[in-house]
Design a protein around this ligand. Structure first.
Ligand code: ADP
Ligand code: ASP
Ligand code: MG
Length: 439
């Protein structure tokens, strides 16, 4: 038996047709027994997610403007799904309780969580699986972290009682007893906690793409999807902006050694991407993925003999610390050093802070360069494949692009390249074409 937890994102539950696909996927394998739904997402490009409607509803309750109109849209979303599915389910009582609670001052988190709550009731009715409220299973501690002991004890009790269930995503119960949500996209975290809680063999995360793509589809046209990726690689890519899965969804399953399988509800036969713990998992390419972001600056410092000067880096860093600024990378040479910083975090103070650092370390030269994009090229295969860095640099220089900065992470599976923002797209495309030429 290989017990599966299946989480379905908002696009997988946007309307009745999508609910039917979801039900067919669950019914096609008896191992798919614990189900975590999101709130209905967008049906088309400029549609509004139910979660966003609920945030607006909560706001409208405070300002007194437009409440009834938004409420009617939410009621219609669910009633249309129920009618199109042909269910004899009446959410009338639930909806009016939610309405009253929000009008009587229920919290913003409570309002937002009702999207998944109602979605869960509809799905449990459609599947004939019992509904279990996430607020009775997932508990937060005072400090906002998950209260693991209480949570996993509740799951242990659940598995003794029910061998299948629908558990809504996105929320749990705070230490004071109120409903509390995760940050946006947090149903991914619920799925991971449920997978760990019921001791699943695999956590299937069903979405609208056939797995984690090698790079952002908005930069490279139709990039291929990754077959297998490690948690470490995924984290490096996610940090640089590749987001299919909520960042915090990795921790519960990683600790329990449960693989995640990203799957496509609209293409259920595609194997998708498998996310695993094992660093030695075979890889066919030295590169697993490419991610990147615009909006970085570099403070470039030169001073003869800085590497021999005790306390040099500390003096420079203490200026950043005084301004409460963190840095992303710190490439350094014998007489040079650079702080790579998110331009936003400098809050227009970049020039002044640069001068301050110059004074603190008595620099020969110091310069602030803005308008930088960073590209992370990540791959566990790099550790063994020689010449990967050379291939990346050749590809970029063949595209006539100037590299402003290079940094190799100590993990040896991440090379960070800085280029001018206007070269960002071409640089990512050049690297992609070098390593995946036939695509
Ligand atoms: P869900 O509603 O199922 O939770 P999300 O919108 O949270 O789905 O995540 C899926 C989306 O992530 C995709 O539709 C895609 O636009 C986006 N995405 C960003 N980077 C990548 C990538 N590297 N690979 C695949 N999808 C990506
Ligand atoms: N519905 C929530 C959101 O839109 C949570 C999720 O979809 O994961 O952020
Ligand atoms: Mg999501």
């Amino acid at each position: 038996m290989s017990l599966k937890v299946v989480k379905f994102g908002g696009s997988s539950l946007a309307d009745a047709r999508q609910f039917e696909k979801v039900a067919a996927i669950i019914r096609s394998e008896d191992d798919r027994r614990y189900v975590v739904p999101s709130a209905p997402g967008k049906r088309y490009d400029n549609d509004t997610k139910v979660t966003d409607l609920l945030y607006s509803l909560h706001k409208a309750a405070e300002t007194g403007e437009g409440f009834e109109e938004i409420y009617a849209r939410i009621v219609k979303r669910y009633n249309t799904i129920i009618a199109d599915l042909g269910l004899s389910l009446d959410l009338g009582q639930e909806l009016s309780t939610i309405r009253e609670n929000i009008l009587n001052g229920a919290s913003r988190d409570y309002a937002a969580s009702r999207g998944e709550y109602l979605s869960g009731i509809v799905l449990s009715n459609l599947l004939g699986y019992p509904f279990v409220d996430a607020a009775d299973l997932i508990f937060f501690a005072e400090n906002g972290d998950i209260d693991e002991e209480r949570t996993y004890e509740a799951f242990y009790e659940l598995t003794k009682r029910l061998d299948r269930a629908v558990i809504p995503g996105f929320y749990g119960r705070a230490a004071d007893g109120s409903v509390k949500t995760f940050s946006r996209g947090g149903s991914d975290i619920t799925g991971a906690i449920v997978a760990r809680g019921v001791n699943a063999a695999i956590y299937e995360n069903w979405t609208d793409v056939s797995g984690f793509l090698v790079t952002n589809p908005r930069i490279v046209e139709r990039p291929r999807s990754i077959d297998v990726i490690t948690f470490r690689e995924l984290r490096e890519l996610a940090y640089m902006g590749a987001s299919v899965l909520h960042e915090d969804a990795v921790f519960p399953v990683k600790a329990a050694n449960i693989p995640i399988n990203i799957r496509n509800t609209n293409e259920p036969d595609h194997p998708g991407t498998l996310i695993v713990n094992n660093l030695r998992a075979a890889s066919s390419s030295p590169i697993t993925g490419i991610a990147g972001k615009r909006g970085f600056s570099i403070i470039h410092i030169e001073k003869d003999g800085m590497n021999k000067e005790v306390g040099f880096t500390r003096k420079a860093l203490s200026v950043l610390e005084q301004h409460n600024i963190s840095f992303e990378h710190l490439p350094s040479g014998i007489d040079t050093m650079g702080f790579i910083i998110q331009t936003d975090s400098l809050q227009g103070q970049g020039e002044a802070i640069t001068r301050e650092i110059g004074k603190a370390v008595n620099a020969d030269e110091i310069e602030l360069i803005s308008g930088l994009a960073l590209i992370a090229v990540v791959g566990r295969g790099m550790i063994r494949a020689k010449g990967t860095a050379a291939r990346i640099f050749n590809a970029i220089s063949r595209a006539n692009i100037n590299i402003r900065m290079i940094d190799q992470g100590s993990s040896e599976m991440n090379i960070i390249i800085g280029v001018d923002e206007y070269d960002f797209r071409s640089a990512v495309n050049a690297i992609y074409a070098e390593f995946f030429p036939q695509d």
